[in-house]
Design a protein around this ligand. Structure first.
Ligand code: TPP
Ligand code: SF4
Length: 253
């Protein structure tokens, strides 16, 4: 029988532990397919976060390193500088990257570290039970904002792509979503572009992916995707925020 679909060889056979309808699994699949298509499995090192994706090291068949909470860009910097021919990526949630890990992210970006960040924004702390994250929307109800996020007390959500795109070391920054088949295809293209920028030595690349957390949003998987479209997309517009992949970030410095 003809094979019409095959799981990427860059994914192990370990079953994902993610909740039903969680889009972490889709993003894992896209990253694995890109690594396989670029033929870099043998020299790719991923850095797993603290968060729901903490066990990503079990799911990818390339080399993986576990970083302390928020420190993945610093760990990736070391891995990349030690062996620059490696392809190094981090996989981080919004709590991991945009709260405890903000400094590592901003400084890796401004240094133009030649690494790729896969940033999974689900507007909440998933693993710890649904507390407010820096990306939680104004008015969004979470375990720690039962009356909705009050921006007069908790401040405004951090728009990571917009913020890092102002830094000179960023070669590529794009925000995508995995709420529909067309958007999943665009997300894969963005991940491929980011990895390609790294392989060509162009500088720091980041793909922010709007992702669902049906469990902590208190919605069914289908409702969660609709909530993402209705609420996250207006606040976090999809698109390319920086593209210096033509010349690379150090061309005019
Ligand atoms: C130093 C430290 N502080 C806090 C925690 C608790 N903690 C574990 S995961 C997490 C946040 C996870 O949220 P996010 O990064 O958005 O990923 P998600 O689980 O939503 O995929 C926190 C605060 C920890 N493990 N280590
Ligand atoms: S808690 Fe949320 S982010 Fe974590 S696995 Fe479940 S649905 Fe996914």
């Amino acid at each position: 029988m003809a094979v019409v679909y095959q799981k990427s060889s860059v994914l192990t056979d370990a079953p994902f532990h993610y909740c039903p309808g969680c889009t972490h699994g889709i993003i894992h699949k896209l990253v694995a397919e890109v690594i396989e298509e670029l033929g870099v499995e043998g020299k790719t090192v991923g850095v797993a976060p603290v968060g729901c994706a903490v066990m990503a090291y079990d799911y990818f068949s390339c080399d993986m390193v576990e970083a302390p909470h928020g420190r993945a860009p610093a760990v990736a910097t070391g891995l990349k500088r030690a062996i620059p021919t490696n392809v190094v990526f981090t996989y981080q949630g919004d709590g991991d990257l945009a709260a405890i890990g903000t400094a590592e992210t901003v400084h890796a970006a401004t240094r133009g570290e030649n690494i790729t960040i896969i940033f999974v924004n689900n507007a909440i702390y998933g693993m710890t039970g649904g507390q407010m994250a820096p990306t939680t929307l104004p008015g969004q109800v979470t375990q720690t904002t039962p009356y909705g996020r009050d921006v007069t007390k908790a401040g405004f959500p951090v728009r990571v792509c917009e913020m890092v795109s102002t830094l000179s070391g960023v070669a590529y920054a794009e925000r995508v979503a995995v709420d529909s088949v067309p958007n999943i295809r665009k997300a894969k293209a963005a991940i491929k572009k980011a990895f390609t920028a790294q392989i060509e030595g162009k500088g720091f690349s980041i793909v922010e992916i709007l992702s669902s957390c049906p469990t902590n949003w208190g919605l069914s998987p289908v409702e969660a995707l609709e909530w993402l479209r209705q609420n996250m997309m207006p606040y976090y517009p999809l698109g390319v925020y920086q593209d210096r992949t033509e010349k690379g970030v150090f061309c005019n410095e």
